[in-house]
Design a protein around this ligand. Structure first.
Ligand code: PEP
Ligand code: MG
Length: 552
């Protein structure tokens, strides 16, 4: 047994085999070709190889997990014979003169989007199968044939580091835990691990060699340890801990349909943060009262070109309908800094976190912004959607945004397209916005405090830089004071104020936030019930003075 240590970003125990994730494993390059017939021949060769692999997997699964679980590989084999899919790939190769890998990836994306948009639950689930199949074909085409794709079985994913665009592309249902050598506590990869509610470690001293791949391991997200090839006693102890955690979790589930009301009757909404419509299952399982932050940029990161209005509309509509009248706050595109998509062709910057990102891109590339706003406004007919703008620093920006929203509404009206009414709010995540929150409050319907960026800018500590973690004080008074001032300014203007940064899920601060009068805490789905429990055990009347003095 070897034991390695790192920093925990989400607690819990995970037991499983290690899969080492290598960079670029899933990136598909588009290249031009004159010899399209050769590409089509390669494509058919890959189909035959994929059928063979699936046949072998079927036999293996039949022996190990039984017929019903093995059947999925037969379904995949049948899908490889689907005429529409085959034709779509061939057409793309012929008409666009592109390589087979790219055509398979693009057709796979299109078909899987089409399946996810279907009403029938069974058909919806086929979207993930299409993705699996196209990944398999691509790995055969680009010479990784025979290598098991990362997504075939539940595993502990070990990587040097993971960019948000890589993390979103992992098949999450098969990820039991993330362990990285680099990365910082506030990185988006860490946030995604929290959203998924799985144990995750960063900054581990694990040697990333080939030999570790496939080894049995246990991740203890509570202590920050990973045990590779655990001895019998460790495995037994960890299994027991896992069972205890599950028991605790069941107890928490009794709060699923309750509200977050303090002992003295103050209501604090407990909402969920998500990055994808796939996170909705976790949102519902944890009894969220709404969605407080949908990081819509992940829709852009998953793709190799701008998501269309229709694609976005379908996702927003699904989320709005699934939440059935509960508030869903969608944050407009927050791309830039660590969240990069090549097709935006953003220039390299000296200080990307303080650079061309988020609302700054939307206000200068208004066609991108308007496409998203159109999709949002149209989807708002199907539920209680609200929109929220990131990285605001001035009243001028907000006025400009509101003017663009009015223009978009007018355009939709002219085109006879139906749209709803959405609350409009802003993120308070720059010190400037917090300091002028009295003025901003006059312009919008609500505030949501983004403590991740607010802390980074307030303390001048790059949230991505692991070396600075020792200087990073998540409970710094400067940040807490700003939060309190922002809440007070919101209330003076008669609007509500929530917190959607990671600090919102910090149980050490729940009582303080309640005493400050925070109206909503939006946290990763796995944190909703613990936060709700903490709210219900709080008496703000009793703690107010003492707590505020201690912290502020
Ligand atoms: C924040 O900055 O606190 C926030 C919620 O947004 P993100 O983490 O996506 O930057
Ligand atoms: Mg932010």
């Amino acid at each position: 047994m070897n034991v390695y240590n790192g920093k925990s970003v989400f607690g819990g125990i995970a037991i499983g085999k290690i899969r080492v994730y290598k960079k670029n494993e899933h990136q598909v390059k588009r290249s031009k070709t004159e010899n399209t017939e050769e590409e089509i021949r390669r494509f058919h060769g890959a189909i035959e190889e994929a059928k063979k692999q699936l046949g072998q997997l079927y036999e293996k699964a039949l022996k190990e997990v039984g017929e019903s679980s093995a059947a999925i590989f037969e379904v995949h084999q049948m899908m490889l014979e689907d005429d529409d899919f085959l034709e779509s790939v061939e057409n793309m190769i012929r008409t666009q003169k592109v390589n087979a890998e790219y055509a398979v990836a693009a057709a796979g994306d299109n078909f899987s989007a089409m399946f996810s948009a279907m009403d029938d639950e069974y058909m919806k689930e086929r979207a993930a199968d299409i993705k699996d199949i196209s990944e398999r074909l691509i790995s055969i085409l680009d010479g990784r044939s025979g290598q098991q794709t990362l997504t075939d079985e539940p595993a502990i994913i070990v990587a040097d580091d993971l960019a948000p665009s890589e993390t979103v592309q992992l098949d999450k249902k098969n990820v039991r835990s993330f362990v990285t050598v680099h990365g910082s506590v506030n990185s988006h990869t860490a946030i995604l691990a929290r959203t998924m509610g799985i144990p995750a470690l960063i900054g581990t001293d694990l040697p990333l060699d080939e030999q570790i791949d496939g080894k049995m391991a246990v991740v203890d997200g509570n202590t920050g340890c990973i045990y590779v090839e655990p001895d019998e006693k460790t495995l037994r102890d960890m299994k027991q801990k896992l069972a205890e955690e599950q028991e605790k979790r069941e107890l928490l589930l009794t709060l699923k349909n309750e509200k977050g009301i303090t002992l003295d009757g103050k209501k604090i909404l407990t909402y969920a943060n998500i990055g994808d419509s796939k996170d909705l299952a976790a949102v519902l399982q944890n009894g969220a009262e709404g969605i407080g932050l949908f990081r819509s940029e992940f829709l852009y990161l998953e793709k190799d070109t701008y998501p269309t209005e229709e694609e976005q509309f379908r996702v927003y509509k699904t989320v709005a309908e699934t939440m059935a009248g509960k508030r869903v706050i969608i944050r407009t595109l927050d791309i830039g800094a660590d969240k990069q998509a090549d097709y935006f062709q953003l220039k390299k910057e000296e200080n990307p976190a303080m650079g061309y990102r988020a609302i700054r891109i939307c206000l200068t590339r208004t066609e991108v912004f308007k496409t998203q706003l159109r999709a949002l406004l149209r989807a708002s007919v199907y539920g209680k959607l609200a929109v929220m703008y990131p990285m605001i620093t001035s009243v001028k920006e907000v006025k400009k945004i509101k003017q663009i929203v009015e223009e978009v509404k007018e355009e939709l009206k002219q085109e006879g397209l139906e749209f709803g009414d959405m609350e409009q709010g802003i993120m308070i995540e720059t010190p400037a916005a917090a300091v002028i929150s009295d003025l901003l409050a006059e312009e919008v319907d609500f505030f949501s405090i983004g403590t991740n960026d607010l802390t980074q800018y307030m303390l001048a500590i790059d949230r991505q830089n692991q070396e600075l973690d020792e200087f990073f004080d998540a409970h710094h008074r400067a940040v807490l004071r700003l939060i309190y001032q922002t809440v007070q300014n919101a209330h003076r203007a008669g609007i509500w104020c929530g917190i959607c940064g990671e600090l919102g899920g910090d149980l050490a601060l729940t009582q303080l936030f309640a005493a400050m009068g925070v109206d909503e805490l939006s946290v990763s789905p796995g944190n909703i019930l613990p936060v709700r429990k903490a709210i219900r055990e709080t008496d703000t009347g009793k703690i107010r003075e003492e707590q505020l003095k201690k912290w502020l």
